[in-house]
Design a binder for this molecule. Structure first.
Ligand code: ATP
Ligand code: MG
Length: 205
């Protein structure tokens, strides 16, 4: 079962990973009220169980609650790769310094998990993997040992992520194990202008 982004966000928060403040809405009016509570300016995000929302016009910044209502009205009901948008998430905008990609995926053939990470995160990791495979690090994980602080530092170094990202890699592994997940992906994991590491998007299977 795939989770919606807002559900993944909640799991991340429960496990101590920093995420933007956010609310879920199924009407444009609710999105407006959410934006009011979140301070006005928000990112309105389609909640669909498929990738490529941004490119499809399903992720938009709204400058104030009135704009959030208009934007939510545009996004609700939109079709994204055969998925109708029934809910949006309104999230506090984060000042992004840099965007990374991190995931843990089950490598079925090898029967183990693989950490995949890149300092070139954002919307198009598949493109990065295809055109510049050297920019995407793949690190095998011994299932008995899991991801310790040392292992997380190894993954961060292999992908040229900042050292502060290692703590998040440990917590993400705990999400995977405690929730019995097959996939945990964060794209983008970001570093803010204040040096904090936040998960701005999440996919959990
Ligand atoms: N809370 C936020 N604050 C600032 N920027 C954001 C926020 N959420 C998303 N963004 C920006 O929008 C981009 C796309 O967002 P996101 O990763 O959630 O959607 P997506 O990648 O298009 O969707 P998917 O992962 O389903 O393909 C991010 O890379 C980031 O630059
Ligand atoms: Mg994304």
């Amino acid at each position: 079962m795939d989770l919606f982004e807002h559900q993944a966000r909640e799991l991340f928060e429960e496990h101590g990973i920093l995420v933007p403040q956010a609310e879920v809405a199924d009407t444009a009016k609710e999105a407006r009220a959410g934006a009011e509570r979140l301070g006005g300016r928000v990112v309105v995000k389609a909640q669909v169980k498929t990738g490529g929302r941004g490119k499809a016009g399903g992720v938009k910044v709204a400058a104030d609650p009135a704009a959030a209502e208009i934007t939510a009205r545009q996004i609700l009901g939109m079709d994204i790769k055969g998925h109708t948008v029934r809910k949006v998430m309104v999230a506090q905008p984060v000042e992004i310094e840099s965007e990374f990609y991190v995931s843990y995926v089950l490598d079925r053939a090898a029967g183990r998990f693989l950490a995949i990470a890149s300092a070139e995160g954002g919307m198009d990791i598949e493109e990065v993997a295809a055109s510049r495979p050297e920019a995407v690090a793949r690190v095998e994980i011994d299932p008995a040992a899991g991801v310790s602080e040392a292992k997380a530092a190894e993954i961060a170094a292999a992908a040229s992520l900042p050292g502060e990202a290692a703590g998040v890699l440990v917590k993400l592994w705990q999400v995977l194990i405690r929730e019995d997940a097959l996939l945990v992906e964060v794209n983008p994991l970001v570093r803010t202008d204040r040096g904090e590491i936040l998960a701005l998007d999440g996919k959990v299977t």
